[in-house]
Design a protein around this ligand. Structure first.
Ligand code: HEM
Ligand SMILES: *[C@@H]1O[C@H](CO)[C@@H](O)[C@H](O)[C@H]1NC(C)=O
Ligand SMILES: *[C@@H]1O[C@H](CO)[C@@H](O)[C@H](O)[C@H]1NC(C)=O
Ligand SMILES: *[C@@H]1O[C@H](CO)[C@@H](O)[C@H](O)[C@H]1NC(C)=O
Ligand SMILES: *[C@@H]1O[C@H](CO)[C@@H](O)[C@H](O)[C@H]1NC(C)=O
Length: 454
């Protein structure tokens, strides 16, 4: 049947325990690297840090990103997230500087969206709800504002044009995931509905791109003075509307579900660990007060970085639940990985050209020889003295390392701080633990994250 799906062990995937199953397979086999042939394709699945480092960093040039390129093309064309070689290099060079400049200003633009979020939660009057849905809303609202200068505002409106953009964007991703999993058969999945949604999204983005291209430079300058708008900065680098569209959508695609995933898994753990919740609350109140309006300006990019317990909690959520829990590369020539061969698995193995190398970040982050016997437990304190090296890479590594790492950490930190300030009490109602997960592309909670906030 389908190519990738078989690799992903359909049954466990449907039940939401695929990642656990693969972790257990590594542990019971006492190995970190497994090689197999699936439909005549060589496949290597590895959670070894040296091997992962090799395929995404030190031997970068020997690998391609594989099917991702074709699967994502209908939405993001040649944008950074789906391109390789010279094209990718040009994208990366153009986008990288934009990400260092936004860091400071990003914080202020978050507050209005948090207020919308808090208003919706208050309306629930202490009833339980799925906070994962709200994290998906707030992250598309904040990223659309940052990217286009106008927010989807899914947290305020029930059915307007901008909400439809968000809806179409969600639906398109389901098909893109399907394409990704079909591998070389990606073209099979291409419904009329899908094409319609793609057109809707492209039209909406084109509207903002055209507007930016028509606006005089001084006007743009003015507008991005109080608010950093990615598009307005980018038109200084290129005036090609297709390039602008591809890059903006790449960033939206790369940044939205990943950040929502981090927050959802963090709050799942916080709702189960009253001790951690209290300690985090103390830490936050000590640094930033309890959220009165005159205290809000204390929450800056710099001051959040100094909030150590918050940092530990976020690291621990990223460790146990890396939003990109598996990543894939395909070898472009005969090469080797440094580990997995020999009697003890500590010598190199041969990687024939065309091998799919699946990097199991989820298992890499749970190695007992690095993290100890409690590797599967949520314990933020472990970060006090931890130097995990190649056993922690939620944002990847090497030349394609995540461009939005600071953006994501800033946003997740800010939202967490504001939630604990505004709602001091949390309870969770998520009986299944470890939680069932959907992890075809980015990882999310299959049953949501059910909490009450007061
Ligand atoms: C917790 C949140 C996030 C996680 C865990 C994450 C993780 C990753 C990972 C693992 C990669 C590397 C993919 C690969 O090597 O194949 C990546 C790439 C990327 N990320 Fe993120 N990301 C997050 C949030 C964001 C945000 C918020 C943005 C933008 C606002 C962003 C923008 C990008 C871009 C543009 C790339 C492609 C870089 C390239 O190919 O050169 N990410 N991300
Ligand atoms: C793999 O990449 C490294 C560094 O880019 C290079 O030195 C090496 O020769 C490559 N291996 C093969 C088999 O081409
Ligand atoms: C991202 O989240 C949206 C909204 O919850 C969902 O519809 C979409 O399928 C997700 N995309 C991926 C790649 O998981
Ligand atoms: C993704 O995973 C879920 C459950 O883990 C599965 O039921 C579903 O069919 C998969 N989606 C796609 C598009 O293959
Ligand atoms: C690559 O390795 C295969 C053996 O798996 C061999 O038959 C082939 O000649 C090699 N190709 C090159 C270019 O070395």
């Amino acid at each position: 049947m389908f190519f990738f799906i078989s690799l992903l062990l359909l049954k466990y995937s449907k039940q939401g325990f695929l990642l656990e199953k693969q972790l257990q397979d590594f542990r019971t086999a006492g190995t970190h690297t497994l090689a197999a042939k699936v439909f005549l394709r060589n496949v290597i699945i590895t959670c070894n840090g040296e091997n992962i480092k090799s395929s995404i960093a030190t031997q970068f040039n020997n690998y391609s990103i594989g099917f991702r390129m074709h699967a994502l093309e209908p939405l993001i064309g040649n944008g950074i997230f789906a391109s390789e070689g010279e094209r990718w290099k040009a994208s990366r060079e153009m986008l990288r500087p934009q990400f260092s400049r936004e860091q400071v200003s990003h914080v202020q633009t978050l507050e209005p969206h948090f207020k919308n979020f808090a208003r919706e939660i208050r309306k629930l009057n202490g009833k339980e709800f799925n906070i994962q849905d709200y994290f998906h809303k707030i992250t598309i609202d904040t990223s659309s504002e940052f990217l286009f200068g106008e927010s989807t505002n899914t947290l305020t409106s029930a059915s307007n044009d901008k909400f439809q953009f968000a809806d179409a964007f969600n639906k398109v991703q389901d098909t893109l995931t399907e394409k990704f999993m079909l591998g070389p058969l990606h073209w099979v999945s291409n419904s009329k509905e899908f094409q319609g949604h793609i057109k809707e999204i492209h039209d909406a983005v084109k509207f903002y791109v055209d507007k930016a291209l028509e606006t005089q430079e001084e006007k743009l300058q003015e507008r991005s003075q109080d608010n950093y708008i990615f598009l307005y900065e980018l038109v200084k680098k290129t005036r090609d509307p297709k390039v602008l569209q591809d890059e903006l959508l790449s960033i939206l695609l790369a940044g939205r579900n990943t950040t929502a995933g981090l927050l959802s898994f963090l709050f799942l753990e916080l709702s189960r660990n009253p001790r951690v919740w209290s300690k985090l609350k103390e830490d936050i109140y000590e640094s930033f007060g309890q959220g009165s309006s005159d205290e809000l300006e204390k929450i800056t990019f710099e001051s959040m970085k100094r909030c150590t317990y918050l940092k530990y909690c976020i690291n621990e959520a990223l460790r146990l639940y890396p939003p990109i829990s598996r990543n894939v590369r395909v070898s472009k020539k005969n090469t080797t990985l440094p580990r997995g061969g020999g009697k003890y698995g500590d010598s190199a193995i041969f990687v024939p050209k065309g091998t799919i190398v699946m990097m199991h970040i989820y298992s890499n982050h749970r190695q007992k020889d690095v993290y100890g016997e409690d590797a599967d437990e949520f314990n933020p304190e472990r970060w006090e003295n931890l130097k995990p090296g190649w056993a922690f890479m939620p944002f990847g590594s090497g030349p394609r390392i995540c461009l939005g790492q600071q953006f994501a950490l800033t946003e997740a930190s800010y939202i967490t701080i504001r939630i604990l300030q505004t709602f001091p009490h949390i309870t969770g109602n998520n009986p299944q633990y470890p939680p069932r997960k959907v992890s075809n592309a980015t990882m999310r909670l299959m049953d949501g994250c059910i909490v009450t906030l007061k």
